[in-house]
Design a protein around this ligand. Structure first.
Ligand SMILES: N[C@@H]1[C@@H](O)[C@H](O)[C@@H](COP(=O)(O)O)O[C@@H]1O
Length: 270
């Protein structure tokens, strides 16, 4: 995993936005995998700014969201479809038909989940999957114990997740108990992952994800098996990483390489 540590969430969000922007510019009809939650919010704000001020064009982009609460329709203020409209889609030039969020009110979830996977395939697969992480180390709603090969399906929320999300619903008893979520296996098939985590409450999850053993108890740790994950963290979330100095060294080399400064790295050029 490439680990980028920024001083604060604001600059980390800008850094994250750079990866999305580069892809959208290089491949205007790219497929983005999107996440909800407080983590990607300021990255989305930055993308909206770039759309409005710099003409970043989303007209051909297709998107697939990771998950949705079961029982919540698109007009429910806590549904992830509503979140995406408010925090991104309503402010950029993406045609609504090109945005996909699992349907929390599907009548037949088995069929819906199969079709969601099929649609991702038909669009050519996800080019860049944006991910946050739960305090218990879950990605999307793949709670501890989820199969690391899992596909889009229904999942029961863990107590920790219900507790974490109670603030949005005004009480734990109001949080839906089930969600429809892409599986870990689905996420691992994306070409690239942008894994974001900010704040001290994510420090343990980040440590376990990046430096811990690969385990279904921390489903984000499966990202260690992915060929191209970029982790962008703020200082607070990266605080428990043991190899931070090494990651900084790798980043320095990466920047020099991108700038073509091969000599500074001791690489001879003719
Ligand atoms: N299903 C979502 C995840 O996709 C998200 O990563 C996590 C963290 O949310 P936040 O970014 O608000 O901390 O919350 C939920 O569980």
């Amino acid at each position: 995993m490439r680990v980028i540590i920024e001083s604060d969430a604001q600059s980390a969000s800008r850094r994250g936005a750079n990866f999305v922007t580069d892809l959208v510019r290089k491949k205007p009809n790219c497929v983005l995998g999107l996440a909800t939650g407080s983590t990607p919010q300021s990255m989305y704000r930055e993308l909206i700014r770039r759309h409005k001020e710099e003409g970043l064009d989303f007209s051909q982009v297709r998107t697939f969201n990771l998950d949705e609460y079961v029982g919540l329709g698109p007009a429910h203020p806590q549904s992830y479809r509503y979140f995406m409209q408010q925090n991104l889609f309503d402010h950029i030039n993406i045609p609504p038909a090109q945005t996909h969020v699992p349907d929390g009110r599907a009548l037949d979830f088995e069929t819906h989940c199969r079709q969601y996977e099929q649609l991702i395939k038909e669009c050519g697969g996800i080019d860049l999957q944006v991910l946050g992480v739960g305090t218990d180390g879950h990605i999307a709603f793949n709670e501890p114990g989820s199969s690391l090969g899992s596909r889009t399906r229904l999942k029961t929320l863990a107590t920790e997740t219900i507790r974490d999300n109670a603030r949005f619903f005004g009480g734990e008893d109001k949080v839906p108990r089930l969600a429809v979520t892409m599986g870990v296996g689905t996420i691992l098939e994306s070409r690239r992952c942008l894994f974001l985590a900010f704040g001290p409450q994510k420090a343990i999850a980040v440590r376990d994800t990046v430096e811990g053993p690969i385990t279904a108890q921390v489903t984000a740790s499966a990202l260690q098996l992915h060929r191209e994950v970029i982790g962008v963290f703020d200082e607070a979330a990266a605080r428990l990483l043991v190899r931070r100095d090494y990651y900084a060294e790798v980043e320095r080399a990466q920047c020099l390489l991108e700038a073509g400064e091969f000599r500074a790295l001791g690489i001879g050029v003719q």
